[in-house]
Design a protein around this ligand. Sequence first.
Ligand code: HEC
Length: 102
Amino acid sequence: MRRKIDWLPGLTSLVCLVLVSIILTTRPVQATLLEHNQLDQELTAVLREAGFTGRIEASLESRLGRKINPKLADIGRLLWFDTITGLNDDNTCAGCHSPTAG
Ligand code: HEC
């Protein structure tokens, strides 16, 4: 007498579902990665064209033509992030200006 394997169709369906899910999810991810890579290259080209180096801090003293006074810089930093400079004590300079982007 042959034994009935009643779990086989269920297992086959599950395997098919997993395979279809893998195929459906990996293709868009690859396309998205490609788009991101292209976007990164475009952004890199624009930044290079604008002379952006990402090392602006390193050239600060030469652009100012003097040394940075660390104590004054600290006072400026504290004021920049303090709400006492806001009209209603509810905003800081950094609330609108990014310290890295102006
Ligand atoms: C509510 C938003 C806001 C806050 C808070 C703010 N700013 Fe501004 N700031 C601006 C805007 C918007 C401009 C650009 C105005 C324009 O270009 O016409 C500007 C321009 C400037 C400029 C001129 C920049 C340039 O290149 O000409 C300086 C300097 C400046 N802000 C300093 C400060 C300081 C210091 C503080 C904190 C005491 C501060 N800002 C807080 C919005 C803000």
